[in-house]
Ligand binder design. Structure first.
Ligand code: ARG
Length: 475
């Protein structure tokens, strides 16, 4: 007996069994099968197949009656999947072969005509694009909701004064509304980046076939339109081997997750008893199993951490794609698991942040008191010296530094330091200086475009609300 006869013979693969005499090693199935994760592409796979079958019939490549059979069969498969009755098999490797195999069981030989002028290479590229496009559309909606929650809070707190920080040291007073609107800007850029990624993604690889196109008279425009793509991709090699669309989506998601992480970190800091700037709702907090007094900002912490897996997925796919020669290589099957995971968590993080923002209650008294500490109106004092006494800014900076030092030595806030003391540093200072030393007047005075003044914040918030309403109509 030769070795070949000793190989335990499972059934040879139904799709290409003709060329093979031995069945795959068990570990081959383990490394090769993608069905455990790519089954989520089933709806997209069926949609793509229906568009392909309709086009084949339209072009006279298969008969209309075969196309009808195929379409009916695919609808039945879709029903079985939706009802949770579909039996996915690892021996059939991936979602494409699982569905085609079931189609054959349901409708017989006509199923074998579906794969005319098509390859799993253009099939998977098409399915994945459709999937990612849906996710991007979901993010657009989720980001809009988050922006809206932030703007509403910002408008309600246009006058709420808090310390603004640089180096996490008190710098100058700002308004809470202004701070929140900074994030509205960031999430606005994220939304626009997702939009850009979508526009570039929205070309159809279907009809690229294995890599070189096909000798059948297919109509790639027809399938592109049927799948809501803007146009067919122009190069078949690029069509099957391009993964920019998911890389770009993950890169964009990474930036967005970074923004979420920064905001989440602020929520964590602000909600500590030491800061006490905000109270996060019970809905987004947890207790401790041992310390009865605890209220932990778990949702904020987890949102802060999501960047890890999202940027990790981006890195992972970048490494997979690096150095791959044209066209398709099986390496590309590694594009899916990390991406599915990252995109799912992106969505959860956006939703959690929106909930936390809507629910959170600021504590204006604490913010106000903190804003007054740390000599946060020192710049206002220096500006006053420049404006009223015509001191050069550098000299004003120096004088102010001396006054801050005196206040510090006497344990007083700037506005509590007696005029006589200030005059030791600069004799020409008058009592009018006190008008600029309160935090309220400080923020009110910062009316320059983009500045923190409450009147600016209110105007910006209203403008954003209008813009968001318009954008919501488009989603
Ligand atoms: N499961 C495969 C993937 O995700 C589908 C394409 C397989 N193509 C091939 N020539 N083996 O990439």
């Amino acid at each position: 007996m030769t070795g070949a006869h000793l190989v335990t013979k499972k059934s040879a693969n139904k799709m290409w069994g003709g060329r093979f005499s031995a069945s795959p090693a068990d570990v081959m199935e383990e490394i090769n099968a993608s069905i455990d994760f790519d089954k989520v592409l089933s709806p997209q796979d069926i949609r793509g197949s229906k568009a392909h079958a309709a086009m084949l019939a339209q072009q006279g490549i298969i008969t209309k009656s075969d196309a009808r059979e195929i379409t009916k069969g695919l609808d039945k498969v879709a029903e079985e999947i939706a009802a949770g009755k579909f039996k996915y098999s690892r021996a059939l490797e991936d979602v494409h072969m699982n569905i085609e195999n079931r189609l054959r069981e349901l409708i017989g030989p006509a199923a074998g005509r579906l794969h005319t002028a098509r390859s799993r290479n253009d099939q998977v590229a098409t399915d994945f694009r459709l999937y990612v496009r849906d996710k991007i559309d979901g993010f657009a909606g989720a980001l809009l909701a988050l922006q809206q929650a932030l703007v509403e809070k910002a408008e309600a707190h246009a006058d709420t004064v808090m310390p603004g920080f640089t180096h996490l040291q008190p710098a100058q007073p700002v308004t809470f509304g202004h701070h929140l609107l900074a994030y509205v800007e960031m999430f606005g850029r994220d939304r626009s980046r997702f939009g850009d990624a979508r526009a570039r993604l929205n070309e159809s690889p279907l009809g690229s076939a294995a890599l070189a196109g096909t000798s059948f008279p297919i109509d790639r425009k027809q399938t592109a339109v049927a799948l809501d793509f803007d146009r067919p991709m122009a190069n078949s090699l690029d069509g099957v081997s391009d993964r920019d669309f998911i890389l770009e989506t993950l890169a964009t998601a990474s930036i967005c997750a970074m923004h979420l992480s920064r905001l989440a970190e602020e929520l964590v800091i602000w909600s500590t008893p030491q800061f006490g700037f905000i109270v996060l709702s019970d809905r987004f907090s947890t207790g401790s199993s041992i310390m009865p007094q605890k209220r932990n900002p778990d949702a904020a912490e987890l949102t802060r951490a999501k960047i890890g897996r999202i940027a990790g997925a981006f890195q992972s796919l970048l490494m997979v794609m690096k150095g791959l020669p044209l066209a398709y290589s099986k390496d590309m099957q590694e594009d899916k698991e990390v991406a599915f995971d990252a995109l799912a968590h992106m969505h959860t993080a956006l939703a959690a942040m929106t909930g936390m923002i809507s629910d959170l209650e600021p504590v204006p008294e604490t913010m106000r008191a903190a804003a007054g500490r740390g000599y946060s109106t020192a710049t206002d004092l220096a500006d006053w010296l420049v404006r009223e006494l015509k001191l050069p800014f550098r000299d004003a900076h120096h004088v102010t530094g001396q006054i801050v030092k005196m206040a510090e030595d006497q344990g007083l806030e700037l506005e509590k330091l007696p005029l006589a003391e200030m005059q030791k540093a600069e004799p020409k200072i008058t009592k009018a200086v006190f008008t600029v030393l309160s935090v309220e007047n400080s923020v009110k005075s910062r009316k320059s475009f983009g500045g923190t003044a409450p009147q600016n914040v209110r105007k910006m918030a209203r403008a954003w609300l209008k813009r968001l309403e318009k954008d919501l109509e488009k989603v």
